[in-house]
Design a protein around this ligand. Structure first.
Ligand code: GLN
Length: 192
């Protein structure tokens, strides 16, 4: 399983290490050739507007859209924004690979970053609470019928899956708990 981490901007190195903790191995992806080598890709947190510009500059935007129609993607925070069907506040172009409507920076200005312990939904396959780190996170305002919610915070979905794709609005790569990355590795194994 060749797992790539999009390494144009943001906290890609933390994801690479988290894949290691989950029992896999990941490589940085910066070019079309490197994307071609990958069986799955993680899109990290960072600044989604900047990431969009860099994807365009590298000629990776269309490539990534096409990659996601065949292979598993895991988007966290800014990565979730890039994967969504619709982005608000401000509106921005997105890959529309996961049936989500997101609102950027929507957890409020005063406390724009926080760490909370969340109890996963029954049947999520996650056993026991997950520590979720939010950093200027988007809120998932709506999910389509093909999306399954694994964890909620204040009623809003924060970890969801749609077929082979996984999306988190928090940062599982910033804690020692490897369970969320393991869910992704399982998806990659199934898709292979
Ligand atoms: N606020 C950022 C954005 O809108 C996302 C923040 C993050 O990825 N930690 O792109």
């Amino acid at each position: 399983m060749r797992i790539g981490v999009l390494a144009l901007q943001g906290d890609f190195e933390a994801h690479r290490k988290a894949v290691g903790r989950a029992g896999g191995e990941a490589r940085q992806v910066r070019t079309q050739a490197e994307l071609d080598q990958a069986d799955a890709l993680i899109i990290p947190g960072g600044e989604s507007t900047t990431m969009l510009k860099l994807l365009r500059a590298e000629g990776l935007y269309e490539k990534l859209a096409e990659f996601g129609r065949r292979k598993p993607l895991f988007g966290t925070c800014a990565g979730a924004i890039l994967l969504a069907r619709e982005v608000a506040s401000p509106a921005q172009e997105s890959l529309s690979l996961v049936d989500l409507e997101v609102e950027r920076n929507a957890y409020g200005r005063q406390i724009d970053s926080r760490i909370v312990r969340l109890e996963p939904e029954a049947g999520s396959g996650l056993d026991g609470p997950v520590e979720a780190v939010f950093i200027r996170a988007p809120v998932i305002r709506a999910v389509g019928p093909g999306v399954r919610v694994l964890i909620r915070y204040q009623g809003d979905p924060v970890l969801v899956e749609q077929d082979r794709h996984l999306v988190a609005t928090f940062h599982p790569e910033l804690t020692e708990d490897a369970r969320v990355h393991r869910i992704f590795l399982d998806k990659v194994a199934k898709a292979a």
